[in-house]
Ligand binder design. Sequence first.
Ligand code: MF3
Ligand code: CO
Length: 256
Amino acid sequence: MIIRKNAGELERMRRAGLLVYKILQELAGMVKEDVTTQDLEAAAEKMMRDAGAKPAFKNYYVPAAGSEYPFVLCTSVNDEVVHGMPSAKRKLKRGDIVSIDTGVQLEGYFGDSAITVPVGEVPEQVERLLRVTQESLEMAIDKARPGNRLFDICSTVQQHVESNGYSVVREYVGHGIGSKLHEEPQVPNYVDRRNENPRLKEGMVLAIEPMVNAGKPETRVKPDRWTAIASDGSYSAHFEHCVAVTADGPWVLTRP
Ligand code: MF3
Ligand code: CO
């Protein structure tokens, strides 16, 4: 069942969304050569506590991993797709890209968003990967309107990504979001006709999160049991926003 949110609930999700936005902006400003992903983690955790919010990811049970995720951020560098774990040993270097994915729970409702940030200057082809991934998210957001269907979102991401020569990851998908971090429906970045294709209705809130590999789509999980990497070692980008379906069109909750 897809849970629809009323105006008051959306206002609370908005506050959670704007907090996530603010945190990601701060973290993006910190991303520089020699900063560690643990530095980002510590800053994010402090901002959440100061705002009276609960980190959404820390101790969140992920069935596929069979355990609880131990950090407030996922920091996935270069060929890491998702669930990269912050570490004091991971110093960012020029030319890296780092996906920062985080969520909070505020007043009972969740916000969840991700950005991929270049460390200093990156080659033009890497910039292009980030640009195309972000464009695919924006184009998909525009489909989050009453009367459209879920596949309009899925196909928009897939089409834009593949027509630019990249591939969408299959093993990880977006999701409904509300008083739980993960609600129905799943929001894949590709169309599989075997999946359900519900009509989008006012009050639905979707976390749309394209994960795009520069090379082949396959991923594998590292021996640390969390970090998903592109099997062919290609760079991977990830952007995410929470979007409410409203009568007035898409409302992106995770940015002003
Ligand atoms: N943004 C991702 C998601 O929605 C990451 C959360 S998974 C966790 O699923 F393990 F970090 F909690
Ligand atoms: Co998410």
